[in-house]
Design a binder for this molecule. Sequence first.
Ligand code: ATP
Ligand code: MG
Length: 426
Amino acid sequence: MPKSQNKSAASENSLSSVVLPRAEHSISRNQIDEHALKVLYRLNRQGHLAYLVGGSVRDLLLGRTPKDFDVGTDATPNQVKSLFKNCFLIGRRFRLAHIRFRGNLLVEVATFRRNPAEDEMPENEDDHFHFVQNVFGSEREDAYRRDFTINALFYNIDDFSVIDHVGGLKDLEERILRMIGDPLIRFEEDPVRMLRALEFSARLDFAIDDEIISAIDQRRHLLSGASSARLREEIMELFRHQVAGQVCEMALRYGLLDQLFAEIPFLPQTFELLKLIDQRTAEGKPIRESLALAGLVLPAFFERCPAERSLHINDALTVADKLLRPHCLHYSIAQGIRCEARDLLLGCFRLARGRGLKGESRFLRHPFTPMIFEFFALWCQIDHSLNDTYALWQGALDSESNPDTGERKSPRRRRRRPRRKAAMQV
Ligand code: ATP
Ligand code: MG
């Protein structure tokens, strides 16, 4: 829900910084990942500023478990590298330090950056976002180059204080998502921020500031021109954070849906299905991109290709391809992922047509069928006319599995014709 605004969004010279001493906030060191703490302490001991930054400070203050703990510092990437044997500098355009630990764990360390001045921008700058990521700055400048006030708080390992340059603490308290600076300009710099605004509002159950809503209204056309790789990643973030259904509804309300999914026809059932997929992820099941894709497309697929016995599976294949291909081309989604999404759609088509058709036993034994059936089960919660069909398949799949251990029987062995001669025998 948009909330009416009582002050204009933070702009760099309008606010004085607030430092909240340890006694006045709830973040305790035992909530912070031990590897991130090690990194913070070592930077600090070497005389550098060492802060926890971004989402982790926001989440800790909200009493939520952070996804990761990012570190901000005034040390340059090369200085960071010289302090840690296990440090790798990554990225050609924006250099980040990754400190790797055993168990595939890593802590990301970024040098403070700033928004470059207008005359510093290269003439033929095609991607402002990446350029901005590259200019080192002070900690205050680093706060101001971030997107939302609640994402720009720092936790200082030196005295355990929380530092707020942008009014984020107040916005956290009021549960409102506010842009740093003028949203019109910030969306021009990076249109992906429009999608992030919806994402954070949904994830945190925060209101969206009116200025953001109005800027989305005026700048929504820019979203379709944003980097497709970054948008693809942010779309998957929606699924990982179990807000895909909710954010797609918001995107429809704010006119962003067509910009994001120009090639996919959304039906009312699409939002319902996405919410069921989100629920499934919330139960701890991993979300694959193929499942997300199939979820976006399944209602339109069934609308164009009703599960009638007279329809051939090749017809279904053509419909599935027509729906998936343009979206996958736009977002450069690999063929393997598209084919897996197509198999999910075709599998649902096969299941919805009912039992007793050719190739059923092979289908039941196929290792991908349980995944298809799980997806189909979600669809049956929306299309209740399939409930009987669902029960029949459930029975068949149960008897295909071993009733004692719950494991699947090993597939029946096909007798192999003896090979005449191996093509390349060494
Ligand atoms: P989470 O990791 O829980 O999804 P987060 O806030 O850490 O949330 P990230 O995408 O990991 O989000 O980004 C880390 C930080 O980088 C953000 O908190 C924000 O300060 C900054 N940031 C990320 N994307 C942008 C952007 N497009 N424009 C400006 N700042 C950004
Ligand atoms: Mg993060």
